[in-house]
Design a binder for this molecule. Structure first.
Ligand code: IMP
Ligand code: MG
Length: 175
């Protein structure tokens, strides 16, 4: 039987907010070239729309698969990184790490540290959602779409056991 999903942030509000983030990022990186590091799977939906909202600067991207959820909704607290990144894609470059949500903060903290170790010129973080009440490590996204309360959210790239990523809005599962 299907679960009932309640809409939290409409497709139109998501679209509008991503346009604003694109404008802000374009201003902040004016005259520079930017490399996005997209964390998959969750971050791709947001990142693709964000890239198209960035104007007048040169943008490149790399992807890496990171997973910290075994099944369902409890984080293992220890993000697993699948695949490798090449130092030359990051060394000396301005990097913006893009993910769907900052929850405990472990994933983004770990990725920031790795990219800093590669000798990036700058490392910043952009997340569609931020759930600050769940934070266990220090991590504050430089760019954030929306703050959400402590509910397990799905849609717009976010999944529950692999499902609901395709929803065009952000919602939560009825308990
Ligand atoms: P972290 O706890 O900040 O390391 O977040 C790890 C990952 O857990 C995020 O990149 C998301 O993919 C996933 N995640 C955290 N909270 C939620 C949620 O409410 N719904 C779906 N995925 C989530
Ligand atoms: Mg994720």
């Amino acid at each position: 039987m299907g679960q009932k999903i309640h809409q939290l942030i409409s497709r139109e509000r998501v679209r509008q907010r991503i346009a604003e983030l694109g404008t802000q990022i374009s201003k902040d990186y004016a005259g520079k070239s930017l490399t996005l590091l997209i964390l998959t799977n969750g971050g791709i939906f947001f990142a693709v729309d964000l890239i198209r909202a960035i104007q007048n600067i040169s943008v490149q991207f790399e992807c890496i698969r990171v997973s910290s959820y075994r099944k369902g909704c409890t984080s293992s607290g220890n993000p697993e990184v699948f695949g490798t990144l090449s130092v030359e894609d990051f060394q000396g470059n301005d990097i913006l790490i893009v993910d769907d949500i900052v929850d405990t903060g472990n994933t983004l903290k770990r990725m920031c540290e790795q990219i800093e170790n590669f000798g990036a010129a700058s490392v910043k973080v952009c997340a569609l959602l931020d759930k600050p009440s769940r934070r266990t490590v220090e991590m504050h996204p430089d760019y954030c779409g929306f703050e959400v309360e402590d509910k397990f959210v799905v849609g717009y790239g976010l999944d529950y056991a692999g499902k609901y990523r395709e929803l065009p809005f952000v919602g939560f599962i009825e308990q």
